[in-house]
Design a protein around this ligand. Structure first.
Ligand SMILES: [Fe+2]
Ligand SMILES: [Fe+2]
Length: 166
């Protein structure tokens, strides 16, 4: 099976030793899911994205169409863009099969498309409930991490050169 280049320094530098028990213990209080992939830079960026989701959840006045919602959505868009760039750089350097990398990048593209569509619809005055908007944003952040980003844990290597336990 075709693989992207494996074991490059930039990838190894981004990793830390870990095991499943530690990952399972590290659950975000807002999501109740373990979303730690074990690459410090990625985990930090995920935490920042979840923090924006938490801000929206915690603010009952942040309805689609309000200034508060727009501000958080704009910030989230910039963060998501920057995060996908840095994550894709790591994906390309880690020992992950090319087809999984491409599927993952395609999922990023779909999220960015949905983000653009949402902005366009809000600009055109489309009525969207707070629950619908928060559900969509949660899928971009939490569901995406669980379905795609977590696959990284099977391919990233620890400092000792061995992958974490499955
Ligand atoms: Fe991702
Ligand atoms: Fe991610």
């Amino acid at each position: 099976m075709a693989h992207v280049a494996r074991g490059l320094p930039a990838c190894r530098l981004a990793l830390e030793s870990q095991n499943l028990e530690r990952r399972a213990a590290n659950r975000h209080p807002a999501t109740e899911f373990a979303i730690r992939v074990g690459v410090p830079a990625i985990d930090r960026e995920h935490a920042a994205l979840v923090a924006q989701l938490d801000r929206l959840n915690a603010n009952p006045d942040a309805h689609p169409g309000t200034e508060t919602f727009s501000e958080i959505l704009s910030r989230l868009g910039r963060q998501i863009n920057a995060h996908f760039d840095s994550e894709e750089a790591i994906l390309r350097e880690c020992a992950m099969p090319t087809e999984i990398v491409l599927e993952h990048i395609q999922a990023h593209t779909e999220i960015l498309d949905q983000y653009s569509r949402l902005n366009l619809e809000l600009m055109n005055g489309k009525a969207l409930s707070r629950d619908e908007a928060l559900g969509m944003i949660r899928r971009w952040i939490v569901d995406h991490v669980l379905h795609h980003d977590m696959k990284l844990t099977q391919y990233v290597h620890t400092e000792s050169g061995t992958p974490p336990n499955p």
